[in-house]
Each structure stands twice: as structure tokens, then as C-alpha cells.
Design a protein around this ligand. Structure first.
Ligand SMILES: Nc1ncnc2c1ncn2[C@@H]1O[C@H](COP(=O)(O)OP(=O)(O)OP(=O)(O)O)[C@@H](O)[C@H]1O
Ligand SMILES: [Mg+2]
Length: 161
């Protein structure tokens, strides 16, 4: 019922290009139960967004119940989605308009901490949570687990030494 061939998805920001999916091949039969597993940031949500027809692949083909999804009009996709797909989202309470760095820095600004001290603390906690390489990204440009780690960074700050 689901056949995915040579699927690729890349994201581009001003700073970097991320190849989130590199040649995914997948077949799911009717009635089959499938779990997609992998480390944070490996591309699970990206794949599910494409399977859920919420996003488009950069390359490759996706066939759902005999329909080639890439060739469908938005209205046809909507019909197919409504009738066949259910979705539960990941989400976190980060401020969408602020970068990762700025989100973590915000509580320290409220504490009236000086800029250089803030910088030192923010970088330290982001490194500890292995998310410093995404400091200039906005929350929407991160994987769910990465957003979770940013949220944890913010909460770790007051207790970090
Ligand atoms: N809109 C976007 N713009 C730029 N990069 C993105 C965007 N969405 C995802 N990425 C990057 O693509 C990669 C895959 O993200 P994805 O959300 O698919 O991960 P995931 O496997 O669901 O991770 P998690 O378990 O943390 O939820 C990550 O490195 C992420 O930073
Ligand atoms: Mg995810």
C-alpha cells in the first residue's frame, strides 16, 4: 500500500544544507504495523511528514494505495490524507521567532545577566546538550528531539555550574 523509492529530502538554510533523507526505500503492506526508529535528528519526522503528505520529497517517488503522490493536485492529496491518514505531532514550547541561542539566552536576560556571561553559559549548555551546531537555527528548522534538547538546555541553565 505504501511504496517509497530512492527518496531524498534536503533542507537549506542560509548557513547550511542538510540532507535529512538519503535514498530511503520502504514498502508497507496493508495491515502491516511498522515502527521507524533511529537517533535524534536522523530523519524520522521528515520521512513521516512526507508519508503523511504534509511535505514533499526533493527526489524520489512515493506511491500511496496506487496513487503516485508527487503527481497529485493539492485537492486530491487532501482527499487521500483525510480518508486514510492520522497524525500525532511532536511539539515544544519554544519561541518560534527566536533562534536556538536566543531561546536559551532569554531567561538570563530576564535575570539581568551581562552579555558575555550569558554567552559563556548558553554555549556551555548547548554543547553539553549536543545542539550547539544548531545555535542559529529556528525551532521549526529542528527535529523534535533537537527542540526537546533546546527546551532542556533552557531548564538546565540555572542549575549548571
Ligand atoms: N525545516 C528544516 N530546516 C532545516 N533543517 C531541518 C528542517 N527540518 C529538519 N531539519 C534537519 O533535518 C534532520 C532530520 O530532522 P527530523 O525532524 O526528521 O529528525 P527526527 O529523526 O525526527 O529526530 P527526533 O528524534 O529528534 O525527533 C535534522 O538534522 C534537522 O536539524
Ligand atoms: Mg522527530
Amino acid at each position: 500500500m505504501i511504496t517509497i523509492k530512492n527518496l531524498k529530502k534536503s533542507f537549506r538554510t542560509e548557513e547550511v544544507e542538510t540532507l535529512a533523507l538519503n535514498n530511503v526505500n520502504l514498502k508497507v503492506e496493508d495491515g502491516e504495523f511498522v515502527a521507524i526508529m533511529g537517533s535524534s535528528g536522523c530523519g524520522k519526522s521528515t520521512l513521516l511528514n512526507i508519508i503523511g503528505m504534509l511535505d514533499n520529497p526533493t527526489e524520489g517517488s512515493y506511491n500511496f494505495a496506487g496513487h503516485e503522490v508527487g503527481g497529485l493536485k493539492e485537492s486530491q492529496r487532501t482527499q487521500l490524507r483525510k480518508g486514510n491518514l492520522g497524525f500525532v505531532f511532536q511539539s515544544f514550547n519554544l519561541i518560534d521567532e527566536l533562534t536556538v541561542y536566543e531561546n536559551v539566552e532569554l531567561p538570563l536576560i530576564y535575570l539581568k545577566m551581562g552579555k558575555s556571561e550569558r554567552k559563556e553559559k548558553v554555549i556551555k549548555v548547548l554543547e553539553r546538550m549536543k545542539i550547539a551546531h544548531r545555535e542559529k537555527h529556528f525551532p521549526q528548522q529542528l527535529s523534535g528531539g533537537q527542540q526537546q534538547r533546546v527546551a532542556i538546555s533552557e531548564r538546565l541553565l540555572p542549575i549548571q555550574n
